[in-house]
Design a protein around this ligand. Structure first.
Ligand code: PBG
Length: 335
């Protein structure tokens, strides 16, 4: 900066601290690191070849073999943290087998050992023939809480036994954290973490995910959506109450989901509840940025990093994002 203009700055000038990359690096408060990012993985039973997912650039519905190759290349790119969604070929209504998902957990653990941190999503929506997150009553118009919680606890136990570092229930039934913690304790799985999707809203931003996980409500019953168990977008009070409850029931990590449309909730809850906070940048938010980038309306890498920075500012210490595997490349471009 030339002398003349700097001498004309007033003493309160903020621009003095923005003059050069070096000064900006020294004064910045939040900088995203790949270490804070968790990459989602989809393992789908019965596929011949892996399939791309519309809207989610670089994310695939993986076969058991391609899953291992993908994780290998992610580890090479410095991504060590994952959340696995298992999608079984056989769908059910009342009882479910976690064996396909458990086999993928076992295979990942055998191949990569403790190099990877593996969380596993626990929900029934990829397991049910109707796509709801639980077991329906006889009339098909209500998701039964108790019966569903029992199934979730037994799946969580199976995943933990197969080697998951963390189980992450995303179903939004009441009391599932207590049931899962009890099942883990009774089986001496004391070190398995529980990451609760404690503030998960009934959002319209889950579309691309549901295609990847075969989990859209099928409309074959009178229940058309997930409004009777996920949190209403206008009711942040529920997000607070269920997060406090899940922490008391034994969750180690709490979560707000989606991210960008709920930054106010993340900022508020992370200040009020002293727990590690995760945020899920969900499929629709991620795809939105990708679509704008494709149309030349934003620069994708910079826009993704800006969104992640907002999550850190709002109080998250970890971010689940479909862009984790590109983050080191993106961060080089922006930092
Ligand atoms: C399953 C589940 C969903 C997501 C994660 N776990 C979708 C849903 O509730 O319908 C959404 C993730 C995303 O959109 O990226 N219950």
């Amino acid at each position: 900066m030339d002398q003349k203009s700097s001498s004309s700055l007033n003493p309160m000038s903020l621009r003095r601290l923005r003059q050069t990359p070096a000064i900006r690096e020294l004064v910045t408060q939040y900088r995203v690191s790949v270490d804070q990012l968790i990459q989602p993985l989809f393992a789908v039973e019965g596929l011949r070849d892996r399939e791309s997912v519309p809207g989610l650039t670089g994310t695939f519905r993986e076969t058991p073999d391609s899953l291992l190759r993908t994780v290998e290349s992610d580890l090479e790119a410095g991504v060590r943290k994952f959340i696995l969604f298992g999608v079984p070929g056989q769908k059910g209504e009342k009882s479910f087998s976690g064996d396909f998902t458990a086999r993928q957990i076992g295979a990942l653990r055998k191949r990569f050992g403790k190099d990877l941190f593996l969380a596993v999503d626990v929900c029934l929506c990829s397991y049910t023939s109707h796509g709801q997150c639980g077991i329906l009553n006889a009339e098909g118009d209500h998701v039964e809480n108790c019966a569903t919680v029992q199934q979730l606890a037994s799946l969580a136990l199976e995943y933990a036994g197969a080697g998951a570092d963390c189980v992450a229930p995303s179903d939004m039934m009441d009391g599932r954290i207590r049931a899962i913690r009890k099942a883990l304790d009774e089986n001496q799985l004391y070190s398995t973490l529980i990451m609760s999707y404690s503030a998960k809203f009934h959002s319209r931003f889950y579309g691309p995910f549901r295609a990847a996980a075969d989990s859209a409500p099928k409309g074959s019953t009178s229940l058309k959506d997930r409004a009777t168990y996920q949190i209403d977008p206008g009711c942040p009070r529920d997000a607070y109450i269920s997060s406090v409850r899940d922490a008391e029931e034994g969750a180690d990590i709490l979560m707000v989901k989606p991210g960008m449309p709920y930054l106010d909730v993340l900022s508020d809850l992370s200040k009020r509840i002293e727990k590690p906070w995760a945020v899920y940048e969900v499929s629709g938010e991620f795809a939105g940025i990708e679509l704008m980038a494709e149309r030349g309306l934003v620069r994708g890498p910079e826009a993704h990093v800006e969104a992640w920075t907002a999550f850190l500012r709002a109080g998250a210490s970890m971010i689940i994002t479909y862009g984790a595997r590109y983050a080191s490349e993106y961060l080089k471009k922006t930092n």
